[in-house]
Design a binder for this molecule. Structure first.
Ligand SMILES: Cc1cc2nc3c(=O)[nH]c(=O)nc-3n(C[C@H](O)[C@H](O)[C@H](O)COP(=O)(O)O)c2cc1C
Ligand code: SF4
Ligand code: SF4
Length: 420
């Protein structure tokens, strides 16, 4: 039976019916698209980035990576900000807020100077949007005065944030680039400039493929290509890492900076992972480009079921719940190894565990050729669990007996029960 939970939350003081928003991109690039997404159930939209600069785009502009027959594990785009006239975009924003007062309309803006940022902020004011996101992170702008070149320079992030905050009272979110080692410096700079929120991640600079005929990257634009932004499921681990860094940062926490999580969210479970790290808002593009707006129904439904099973009444019950358990490598408990337990009745005899352990781990699995079953050598096994990761049958290899290193013997460690 369908379970409906209250998924509402406030983000930067704005009430949102749920945390699921479109991220800034073509999925929210005009009035009709956003109207349709609102009707499908999204809580809000980060509208396609608007600048004074109007983009002149190349064709084609997309490529994707796959593995073992699955396409779209990662997605590459060479698109910049909106290619529509600035005034037209603000007119869309104005009408969207007027016609959908209960939905949250976020303008995404990008300037190339203090005066442009301030001008765009004033236009947001006039359009009556709820929030403003500053795009400091597009990695393929044709001008180095905009995009990720700005976002990787904390001084510029602070300066432009200050310009927006001076021009309007609408809360400002700084969208971060992942094309840096540490995200805290630009995020803190945004907070010093007056940003109330940070969002992460924008796309990762990438080359997805080399075209073997034209000897250039894909997509091929008249024989050439460019390094440009990568998104989708493949970037989610990178996004989660950056989001965890931001949510755990003391400076940002003291200032009450709220994090919006973006990057590879496709399912309710993906969304939940960002919430468990501390995000109060979630944004999606690539999965919508692939599957359409209706994925929000599965996100809301799946999250409601999970909450129901756990007895959670609202999102506040569990936001940030996983953060304290992500600790530095030097603090991990290294006093034991957990052997794999093989459940022979489930085994299909494919031999993948044997091959992987022999060629890629510690040669701790022998092979019973007659029965076509793995045989564990406990002394050689280091408990790395490569075999659990490669076994194609769910529940066939599980975490088994605990072996303590040396004399150390403690209470039983918490064990991951299944890999999914
Ligand atoms: C085709 C395309 C266009 C995008 N345009 C913008 C943009 O105008 N402004 C922006 O801030 N981010 C833009 N992005 C980045 C997304 O908003 C998002 O940060 C990124 O794709 C990661 O999320 P995802 O994995 O859900 O797509 C774009 C992404 C794609 C795929
Ligand atoms: S846990 Fe690692 S070392 Fe042990 S059997 Fe599996 S792959 Fe081999
Ligand atoms: S990988 Fe799994 S199914 Fe294949 S032989 Fe090993 S235990 Fe059996």
């Amino acid at each position: 039976m369908a379970v409906k939970k209250d998924l509402s939350i406030t983000y930067l003081g704005v009430r949102c019916e749920n945390p699921f928003f479109l991220s800034s991109s073509p999925v929210g690039g005009n009035y009709d698209m956003v109207a349709k997404c609102f009707e499908a159930g999204w809580g809000g939209v980060f509208f396609k980035t608007v600048g004074i600069f109007v983009a002149d785009e190349c064709s084609p502009r997309f490529d994707n990576t796959g593995k073992e027959g699955l396409p779209w594990i990662g997605f590459k785009n060479m698109e910049q900000i909106s290619d529509k006239p600035t005034e037209q975009n603000f007119e869309y924003l104005y009408r969207l807020k007027r016609d959908y007062p209960d939905k949250v309309v976020v303008a995404s803006i990008m300037g190339s100077s203090v005066s442009e940022w301030a001008k765009l902020a004033k236009m947001c004011d006039q359009a009556g949007v709820d929030l403003i996101e500053g795009n400091f992170s597009c990695p393929q702008m044709t001008s180095h005065a905009m995009g990720s070149d700005v976002g990787s320079d904390p001084a510029l992030v602070e300066k432009y944030t200050r310009a927006v905050v001076k021009a309007t009272k609408i809360p400002f979110i700084a969208k971060m680039t992942p094309n840096i080692t540490k995200m805290e410096p630009p995020a803190r700079a945004a907070a010093r400039g007056g940003a109330k929120g940070v969002s992460a991640i924008n796309t990762l600079k990438s080359i997805t493929h080399i075209d073997l005929d034209h000897l250039t990257a894909l997509p091929v634009v008249n024989g050439k290509s460019s390094i440009s932004g990568y998104s989708g499921a493949a970037v989610r681990p990178v996004a989660l890492r950056f989001v965890a860094n931001l949510c755990a940062d003391d400076f940002l926490r003291r200032r009450g900076v709220e994090v919006s999580g973006i990057g590879g969210i496709e399912t309710w479970r993906d969304a939940l992972e960002f919430l468990l790290l501390g995000c109060r808002n979630l944004q999606v593009t690539t999965a919508v480009m692939q599957y359409g707006y209706r994925i929000v129904e599965d996100m809301a439904g799946g999250l409601s079921h999970w909450m129901d099973e756990r007895g959670h009444r609202g999102l506040e019950d569990f936001i940030g719940g996983a953060l304290a358990n992500i600790i530095p490598a030097e603090e991990l408990d290294r006093s034991f190894r957990i052997l794999p337990a093989f459940h022979n009745r489930k085994c299909v005899g494919c031999g993948r565990c044997y091959v992987s352990c022999y060629d890629g781990a510690h040669q701790a699995i022998g092979w019973d050729a007659r029965r076509r079953r793995p045989v564990l050598d406990e002394d050689k096994c280091v408990g790395c669990h490569l075999c659990l990761n490669v076994c194609p049958v769910a529940g066939c290899i599980t975490p088994g007996a605990v072996r303590w290193k040396g004399r150390a013997k403690k209470s039983a460690p918490a064990v991951q029960e299944h890999y999914d």
